[in-house]
Design a protein around this ligand. Structure first.
Ligand code: FAD
Ligand code: FES
Length: 512
């Protein structure tokens, strides 16, 4: 009954075949257990296997079934801007961020080459533009900051060869793009050539520790390891601390046909609000068309029940700026974790034993952040030092991004107020087929979905992470938690953490 994509399928999902892996049904011992088979987990697992470590990787679903299958895969400068990072952390740390971003692209390029991964990796120029006066001032600040830290950047009158005039823009040469799932599947193969082991449909439920040995418990098995890397997009093993340092957002993407050669192969993004990010992909070399991939229209998870209008807003913008745009052929949405101070969290988990590591806080730079996280954690596990450790340390205080941090915290706390509000409906009869709504029954709140045949699926609306009331997401047909971004299918199964347990099925007292 749970159609996990619900019609929201990325161009990558339909143009690459996922490799299949078994479920873990035994107890195993290994050097390192990596939890999560997205770009963060697979890159870490691959790098460690290259160093000769025995590594076992688990994924709750299938490899690439998370946000890596929903990304737009631009490798580009920090979307929180170098000048903001410089203001917060100082010029030296901003320089380290710039260096890590460049080294990450070079690493991915070398992996693609050495492992012969056919994923359309290409170096392309990236352009940051603005459509507002305020945004122009920020372009100047970004230009100066990028130069100060040694990043190659050029100011141009407009983005070349585009169908609309962007006005002054910044050109960042030599950025990159690829097909994220082809890369991931190639990485999985390379990892297995290095004797790496992968289990799918195996959700990690807990990490225990005894005498320096960590044990990852799953539904049907367990893995003992010296080190555990939690690469689950948002860490499930940390109940509170990391979830106060980042906020979860949904973001929306359209794939639109354009005649081949009519749009330049570049990365493009602006600094407006809402903002857009744009690239091109060629799923079929022989076809007369390419796919223009345009994302944006973000909002906080669980805080828009009927977000379909966001696809309409993106489409309207595309048609205003790209007159050659043809039919919309792909529509999908995904999730990003925004760190309070604009920089990802990669390294030792602050709450745990020193051998538990996390990669999270990807923001719109997850391709880069996750690869940097994999480099950092590989160094830590191999006992090497790394000059990027401090800047990406998950234990760092959120003082740098304090106003943003307080705003997000206030927003999260406000969500607990949903318990005292009435429900969306007075009776399940009010729910049309294919929709969901919240019903109040005394002290309880019930999340109810009605399928196309009229059958109801009543669940407790209390998120199994920390108890916020979940909210309906009509675009993905899921129950989304507005507090820390957990998501559940209409039958209650976990789609996104930090929750690890499903929403509880309940009985309805009232007539349907
Ligand atoms: C629409 C969109 C556009 C984006 N565009 C860009 C872009 O242009 N450039 C860029 O750099 N970044 C971009 N990002 C961000 C980037 O895609 C993500 O940051 C990145 O893919 C995250 O990778 P990950 O490995 O951390 O997580 P995921 O790919 O989500 O992988 C996590 C895996 O962990 C598994 N898992 C979760 N919990 C458990 C558990 N308890 N046990 C076992 N397994 C578990 C999941 O099944 C999943 O497969 C975008 C994101 C979205 C959604
Ligand atoms: S995700 Fe934390 S309460 Fe729901």
């Amino acid at each position: 009954m749970d159609n996990l994509s619900n019609g929201s399928e990325s161009v990558w999902m339909t143009t690459a075949l996922p490799p299949q892996f078994p479920v873990l049904r035994e107890k195993l011992k290994t050097h390192v257990c990596v939890i999560g088979g997205g770009i963060a987990g697979l890159t870490t697992a691959y790098l460690l296997s290259r160093e000769g470590k025995n590594v076992v990787l688990l994924d709750a679903g299938q490899i690439g079934g998370g946000e890596t299958g929903r990304t737009t895969a631009h490798f580009f400068p920090p979307d929180n801007r170098y000048f903001v990072i410089e203001d917060a952390f100082g010029v030296n740390k901003a320089r380290l961020v710039g260096e890590s971003f460049q080294r990450c692209i070079a690493l991915v390029e070398s992996i693609v080459e050495n492992e012969k991964i056919d994923c359309g990796f290409e170096r392309v120029n990236g352009y940051l533009f603005s459509l507002t006066l305020e945004g122009y001032a920020d372009l100047d600040k970004e230009f100066d900051a990028a130069r100060r830290i040694g990043i190659e950047v050029h100011k141009k009158e407009r983005v070349p060869d585009l169908s609309f005039n962007t006005g002054t823009c910044l050109e960042f040469p030599n950025q990159a793009q690829f097909h994220p799932l082809k890369y991931l599947y190639g990485l999985a193969e390379a990892f297995r050539r290095n004797r790496g082991v992968i289990y799918a449909r195996t959700r990690a439920l807990d990490i225990g520790s005894h005498d320096d040995i960590l044990t990852v418990t799953t539904e049907h098995g367990a893995i003992s390891a010296h080190a555990v890397v939690v690469a689950t997009h948002t860490p499930f093993n940390d109940r509170v601390v990391m979830h106060t340092k980042q906020a979860s957002y949904r973001t929306y993407v359209l794939g639109i046909r354009v005649p081949k050669g009519s749009v330049p192969r570049i990365l493009l993004w602006d600094n407006g609000d809402p903002y857009y990010y744009i690239r091109l992909t060629t799923p079929d070399e022989k076809a007369e068309y390419e796919i223009l991939v345009v994302g944006g229209a973000d909002h906080k998870v669980g805080q828009d029940e009927h977000p379909q209008h966001r696809y309409d807003e993106i489409e309207k913008w595309v048609r205003q700026h790209y007159p050659m745009a043809g039919p919309v052929v792909f529509k999908w949405s995904g999730q990003v974790m925004e760190p309070a101070d604009g920089v990802g969290y990669m390294g030792r988990n602050p709450m745990d034993d020193k051998n538990v590591y996390i990669i999270t806080g990807d923001s719109g730079n997850g391709m880069t952040h996750c690869t940097i996280g994999a480099i950092l954690i590989t160094d830590l596990i191999m006992g090497r030092t790394n000059s990027w450790l401090d800047i990406y340390d998950p234990a760092r205080k959120a003082t740098h991004g304090m106003p943003e941090f307080l705003k997000e915290l206030g927003n999260t706390l406000a969500q607990y107020g949903d318990w005292v509000k009435s429900g969306d409906i007075d009776s399940p009869r009010q729910i049309p087929p294919g929709e969901g709504a919240i019903l109040r029954e005394g002290e309880k709140k019930i999340a109810i979905y009605r399928d196309d045949n009229g059958k109801l699926y009543p669940l407790s609306a209390a998120c199994t992470h920390l108890g916020c009331v979940v909210s309906w997401n009509a675009a993905e047909k899921s129950w989304d938690c507005p507090c820390h971004g957990s998501r559940f299918s209409v039958s209650g199964q976990v789609l996104h953490g930090p929750a690890t347990q499903p929403l509880k099925a309940v009985q309805l007292d009232r007539v349907t």
